[in-house]
Design a protein around this ligand. Structure first.
Ligand code: GDP
Ligand code: MN
Ligand code: MN
Length: 252
């Protein structure tokens, strides 16, 4: 397996034909996987907004005031309003905002970015990243596209790349029924391959001013295995999410 970044992509603007821009810069093969950072998908789809466009509700103001008091930093209630508008459920409102987005992803600040955009601008995640992946795929000579984002996770320090949208491949590979080296049948392992691909791509893309939002994964095949599109957990059966609903941050 080989990964490389698509070179020489310019600053992406609303309306840009990202697929054509990628196709112009690299000789793609049909079995390549094209991984695209959500940042540039959002820019192309016009998901850049000004803080002014989110006049804060009393609820957003209350959330921002509490966060400001807790963190001793300024918290813009308009930012809290944008997060609320992007979310279907608020899982934590302190000591940071953790929410579920419309398409099922759970992330800090609903995945809204303020890096790699001008000051005062907000970059919202694509509305439906899997639809974005499917549209990119239609414009590219490849079968598989993954839309990535950088995301924190519980239990571990640091952020890493995850898949938030995908087209042309299953989200996971099912190992159940296959055998380990001692001949035991695997009973539970379902490997989330799109997250693993996204994290490898994200490692190549980087987080700063590299200008490399698109990464090609070459020579990796899913193979002849069972798979599924299960990716974001349903609330029912997600016990960690259920436990978080009961939890309240207490100031010490
Ligand atoms: P995210 O992980 O989707 O939130 O995206 P990041 O903001 O971490 O950016 C990932 C990569 O894309 C980095 O190498 C950035 O420099 C690059 N990048 C972000 N926006 C643009 C853009 O408009 N054009 C180009 N060429 N690169 C960009
Ligand atoms: Mn991001
Ligand atoms: Mn990133």
């Amino acid at each position: 397996m080989e990964l490389f970044a698509v070179p020489d992509l310019p600053e992406i603007r609303e309306g840009d034909d990202l697929a054509a821009m990628i196709d112009d810069r690299v000789d793609l093969r049909p079995d390549d996987i094209v991984c695209v950072a959500s940042t540039v998908v959002s820019k192309a789809e016009g998901r850049v907004f000004d803080l002014e466009e989110f006049p804060p509700s009393p609820r957003a103001t209350e959330i921002a005031d509490r966060l400001a008091a807790l963190t001793d930093e300024e918290k813009d209630p308009r930012f809290a309003q944008a997060v609320l508008e992007e979310s279907t459920e608020l899982l934590l409102e302190a000591p940071f905002l953790l929410t579920a987005t419309r398409f099922g992803h759970v992330g800090v600040n609903a995945g809204i970015d303020r890096s790699n955009v001008p000051d005062g601008d907000l970059l919202l995640l694509p509305k439906r990243p899997s639809d974005s992946a499917a549209r990119l795929r239609d414009g590219l000579p490849v079968d598989r596209v993954v839309v990535t984002d950088t995301c924190g996770r519980p239990f571990r320090h640091g952020q890493r790349g995850v898949a938030i949208g995908w087209a042309g491949l299953p989200a996971s590979r099912d190992w159940r029924g296959e055998r380990d080296r001692d001949g035991r049948e695997l009973g539970v392992t379902v490997q989330n391959v799109i997250d693993e691909i996204a994290s490898a791509a994200n490692l190549v893309a980087g987080e700063g001013d590299g200008g490399t939002p698109v990464v090609v994964v070459r020579d990796w095949t899913f193979g002849d295995h069972g798979g599924s599109d299960n990716h974001f957990r349903e609330v029912e059966g997600d016990f960690v999410r259920q436990a978080l609903r009961e939890w309240r941050y207490e100031e010490r």
